[in-house]
Ligand binder design. Structure first.
Ligand SMILES: [Zn+2]
Length: 54
């Protein structure tokens, strides 16, 4: 594993990664490759009030 791959792992930018989220505002569920929910916003309403789901 090269330095760049390690950096991608740390930053959670691997394209094949998918994380499920539920919006607490509109109950929409969606997937994102962003693993940090603090940086995820709802794809329906744009709210940042989302929770990770398995
Ligand atoms: Zn929403």
């Amino acid at each position: 594993m090269g330095v760049l791959d390690q950096l991608k792992t740390v930053l959670g930018t691997k394209e094949e990664s998918r994380y499920g989220y539920r919006c607490m505002n509109c109950q929409n569920t969606f997937k994102s490759r962003e693993e940090h929910m603090a940086r995820v916003s709802c794809q329906m309403c744009g709210s940042n009030n989302v929770r990770g789901i398995a």
